[in-house]
Design a protein around this ligand. Structure first.
Ligand code: GLN
Length: 308
């Protein structure tokens, strides 16, 4: 069964349930991940309802224009475009985020980073923390933290103007008024002119994939997500080296940072920070892979120990 048969317009109008079955089969044959869920989420977007809503109207025939919309989504997904770009949105930390190919798709691993920063802030007892997010992309980390701490003041920077358009929109969509999005390059020596404050918490999920590994990424990532958000076009450690230099003057004396790292980078990143007198701790993600490094200036109390 080809694409046309999967969702053709026939004399016997196809119901929502028929379409769910046929499209799921179609995705299975094309080795698309989570075929049923993908189908349901596409139909929810087309019919503007939630997943329960789909089954409440399972016998409703689909209009031709709805079928046309679905066909277009199917075509895009079997060409390996990520579902989130096709839908134009995703969920992160329980919040709604608009996404486009100008921004990296927020990942569940990054929710761990937010979770850790949140715990640290809670335990530090700071009622109005000053937070910096470097390379904010869709704004997911900055907005999730701003939302969790209404009294916080969050600055989020990114080099990409087009990413900042999406980040600003996400701020509006989530009703977040305590995030300031700024265009800036952290490798620019004048960056301190823009970032005049000292921060209690610095968070970042920087581009950490080595240039040589880009070709081996799954097509959903390598062909569709923005290269500038994925790789430093070097050995994957360029941003961490820069962080080790600039966190000295950006972090408050009791401040802590939480940064995401890639596969097998933990030792190298801890080493980079130890040279500039930071103490670091590593935490694993859901798959047991070292994923988050937290740290603070050596003379300070350990960020991890303050967490409960
Ligand atoms: N901070 C954003 C995220 O975590 C973007 C990260 C990036 O572009 N490397 O999804």
């Amino acid at each position: 069964m080809g694409l046309t048969e999967a969702v053709r317009n026939s004399d016997d109008a196809l119901t929502t349930l028929d379409i769910i079955r046929r499209t799921t089969e179609y995705f299975k044959r094309h080795n698309v991940d989570s075929p049923r869920l993908t189908t349901e989420l596409m139909l929810c977007e087309i019919l503007k309802c939630n997943r329960v809503g789909l089954y409440m109207h399972y016998d409703k025939p689909l209009e031709n224009n709805e079928l046309e919309y679905l066909r277009d989504m199917l075509r895009r997904r079997v060409r390996r475009e990520p579902l989130q770009y096709i839908l134009g949105s995703t969920e992160f930390f329980g919040l709604y985020f608009k996404v486009s190919p100008d921004v990296l798709i927020p990942r569940p691993e990054t929710e761990l980073l937010v979770e850790q920063a949140k715990k640290y802030i809670k335990n530090s007892g700071k009622s109005s923390p000053i937070i910096l997010d470097i390379g904010t992309g869709s704004g997911c980390i900055a907005i999730a933290l701003a939302n969790a701490f209404a009294q916080s003041s969050v600055t989020a920077i990114d080099i990409s103007e087009s990413a900042l358009v999406i980040a600003n929109e996400n701020g509006r969509l989530n009703g977040t008024s305590n995030v300031r999005f700024l265009q800036g390059d952290i490798f620019d020596n004048n960056i301190s002119l823009n970032l005049t404050e000292k921060y209690d918490v610095i968070v970042s999920n920087p581009p950490y994939i080595q240039e040589n590994d880009i070709a081996g990424l799954q097509p959903e990532v390598g062909h569709f997500e923005p290269l500038i958000a994925l790789t430093d076009k070097g050995d994957g450690l360029t941003f961490y080296r820069r962080f080790a230099e600039i966190f000295r003057f950006l972090l408050n004396e009791n401040g802590c940072f939480f940064i995401e790292i890639g596969y097998e980078q933990a030792d190298s990143v801890c080493e980079i920070f130890s040279v500039t007198d930071f103490e670091t701790a590593v935490s694993n993600d859901y798959a047991g892979i070292p994923r988050i490094i937290s740290g603070h200036a050596s003379i300070q109390t350990n960020c991890q120990n303050r967490q409960t």
